[in-house]
Design a binder for this molecule. Structure first.
Ligand code: MN
Length: 282
């Protein structure tokens, strides 16, 4: 057992996306700031309707997956096939854009807090042109593992806690992603396994916490070093809430043009032609 250490901190930058939704973007703020297989991580959180009300009207995607984790709020998802999905407090939408999706993600509230995350997970070349699909994961379907001093909501992947193996809601992706929302009480500690094969980051979004003896930065991608197979977390006095996001790197070239992520420039050009000609989702 070796503990993984903190390698690099990428503070999130305030920006806006969609029709004017205020977000904090860490991974993905520039095209060379990624953590294979992850392309982007956005945090949204505001009690001001003006920061989120414009939402994300109709737009396309190809070549990867988006994972939206709603901590608080209500969004409606609709796509070109007529699929509709409600995303509410604590729920997750796991969307495989595959060869193509055209969708909208719109707030269903005119006041109150909207808070959550959207993660972009790349697909290997062999899976980029698969059929589009969704999993709407209700909050009660997400395994919650309680331990002394805290709990883990396991959205994806397999994690061993106190000698017991737990499987998250999503456990069938080829990059074997681990997506865990970790809640720690005041001064509580936990040790969790993270396979050495995985790139990994911690995203602290509430309170304070340290990894081994290094303080984690809030609203930042705290990237872990490559060596080691465990993480040791300790919360500060006010407790902590943080995401552990880890996955097996794909190791292929990434060519991104906005909402399209392929392996080559030619594939992006083909994607743009397909979109123009109405064949993106065909
Ligand atoms: Mn989208």
């Amino acid at each position: 057992m070796t503990l993984r250490s903190l390698k690099q901190i990428i503070p999130a930058l305030e920006t806006s996306d969609g029709a004017g939704v205020r977000i904090k973007r860490s991974i993905g703020q520039q095209q060379n700031i990624r953590l294979d297989p992850f392309l982007m991580l956005d945090e949204f959180g505001s009690a001001e309707a003006a920061d989120y009300i414009a939402g994300f009207p109709w737009h396309p995607h190809r070549g990867f997956e988006t994972v939206t984790y709603m901590i608080e709020g209500h969004m409606l998802h609709e796509d070109h096939l007529g699929n509709r999905g409600d995303l509410r407090n604590g729920g997750v939408q796991w969307m495989t854009a595959g060869r193509g999706i055209i969708h909208s993600e719109m707030p269903q509230q005119e006041e109150g807090v909207m808070r959550g995350f959207q993660l972009w997970l790349n697909l290997p070349a062999a899976e980029k042109m698969t059929e589009a699909g969704y999993r709407d994961i209700q909050p009660e379907e997400i395994p919650e593992i309680v331990f002394a001093g805290g709990k883990v909501k396991l959205i994806a992947g397999t994690v061993e806690i106190d000698g017991q193996l737990h499987e998250g809601s999503v456990a069938d992706r080829s990059t074997q992603p681990i997506y865990a929302d970790i809640h720690l009480e005041s001064a509580a500690s936990v040790t969790l396994p993270v396979p050495e094969s995985h790139n990994a980051m911690l995203y602290l979004y509430e309170g304070t916490a340290s990894l081994a003896d290094r303080a984690l930065q809030r609203s930042a991608a705290n990237i872990l070093g490559a060596n080691g197979d465990q993480i040791a977390l300790t919360a500060g006095e006010s407790g902590a809430r943080l995401l552990l996001i880890a996955g097996k790197p794909i190791g292929e070239p990434v060519v991104q043009y906005g909402p399209f992520v392929m392996n080559t420039r030619e594939e992006i050009e083909q994607t743009l032609r397909d979109y123009r000609d109405g064949r993106l989702t065909a």
